[in-house]
Design a protein around this ligand. Structure first.
Ligand SMILES: Cc1cc2nc3c(=O)[nH]c(=O)nc-3n(C[C@H](O)[C@H](O)[C@H](O)COP(=O)(O)O)c2cc1C
Length: 244
């Protein structure tokens, strides 16, 4: 029996908004589980609620599921990811220095990226966030698409999924245009694989607030811009928000 999604409200039990924001990590390893259409709809609906300049809403989403019709685009993305990662791992010395020390942060990142590049084409879902209706976009046009991408990642997080914003499409842009039948005025801005995480979400590592917030004039760091106690997010869909 198929669910009538037009009569089905969005899921009610999700992660607390603030907890979700501060614990939405880039997730690059997914369980081999398809995403039910109800959850997919919720994520894309949240994404489509992102803001845009003058509310022009130029964002379109091209969703690849694990179907034959998506095969060529998935193959191209796999090729792109492997090419980009091979180049990056050499250029940034992922196999040397601390990158060669098992269990170091750099080594672990390299393992994750290698696995990601090898498996991205099998991600449960891949979403292309596209800018539509602009022939020769410049940087500022992207600002009307990326809020939707962040909403997509947050909605995924809230439902127990994870994803990551990638730009691998740039490596195989022309081939993707053909495989996806993209009109001339449509540009892919982000490629976002999504799935049930193999690991966990958790607090993201960022510069301290004191180093990033200024008050009134550049260089004046306000006394209130201090780190809160650490948060811990146990598992996906967890609503736990605890200090450690
Ligand atoms: C503009 C942009 C481009 C990105 N491109 C890629 C990419 O091509 N491949 C990838 O694996 N991650 C990509 N990322 C994800 C970042 O590497 C990731 O968010 C960052 O390292 C911080 O990790 P965290 O989100 O887990 O804290 C991109 C993120 C942004 C915002």
């Amino acid at each position: 029996m198929t669910t009538d999604l037009a009569c089905t409200p969005l899921p009610a039990i999700t992660v607390d908004l603030l907890l979700g924001i501060v614990t939405t990590r880039a997730i690059r390893r997914y369980k081999d589980e398809d995403i039910p259409e109800e959850d997919l709809r919720a994520m894309l609906f949240a994404a489509s609620r992102g803001s845009s300049g003058s509310n022009r809403q130029p964002t379109r989403f091209l969703v690849l599921r694990r179907t034959e019709a998506a095969g060529e685009a998935r193959r191209l993305l796999g090729l792109a990811a492997r090419t980009v990662w091979e180049r990056k791992s050499v250029n940034e010395g992922y196999g040397t220095g601390s990158g060669a020390v098992p269990s170091s942060r750099k080594w672990r990142m390299a393992q994750t990226m290698q696995m990601f590049a090898e498996n991205i084409d099998r991600s449960p879902v891949i979403v292309f966030a596209c800018l539509a209706g602009v022939q020769a976009p410049d940087l500022h046009h992207g600002a009307s698409v990326y809020p939707a991408v962040q909403n997509l990642l947050l909605a995924a997080r809230s439902l127990g999924y994870g994803g990551v914003l990638t730009t691998f499409h740039r490596e195989v842009q022309d081939d993707l245009v053909r495989a996806l039948n993209l009109p001339q005025d449509v540009t892919i801005c982000a490629t976002v694989p999504i799935g049930r995480p193999m690991g966990n979400h958790g607090p993201v590592r960022r510069m301290p607030l004191s180093a990033t917030v200024h008050e009134n004039v550049w260089g004046a760091h306000p006394s209130w811009a201090v780190e809160p106690p650490p948060v811990r997010a146990a598992g996906a869909r967890s609503a736990e928000f605890t200090g450690e």
